[in-house]
Design a protein around this ligand. Structure first.
Ligand code: SF4
Length: 76
């Protein structure tokens, strides 16, 4: 899965949402999250993010972000 990190906070762009083929972005109060079970790992959103907030979970130390994205995509 890909995850949204805190670089997204207060970001006004939704370029990533528009390119996602499976619509797995969810909008929080001041950030976006990716539902980790719905993301198909296509990677097209990563270069679209102007805040460089999107990372693959193969990067180190992304476990907490996977949990954060899961939590908020299920709340909203
Ligand atoms: Fe959507 Fe692909 Fe990004 Fe996953 S990697 S959130 S499926 S655009």
């Amino acid at each position: 899965t890909y995850v949204v990190t805190d670089n997204c906070i207060a970001c006004k762009y939704t370029d990533c949402v528009e390119v996602c083929p499976v619509d797995c972005f969810y909008e929080g109060e001041n950030f976006l999250v990716i539902h980790p079970d719905e993301c198909i790992d296509c990677g097209v959103c990563e270069p679209e993010c102007p805040a460089e907030a999107i990372l693959p979970d193969t990067e180190p130390d992304t476990e907490k972000w996977v949990e954060f994205n899961r939590k908020y995509s299920e709340i909203w």
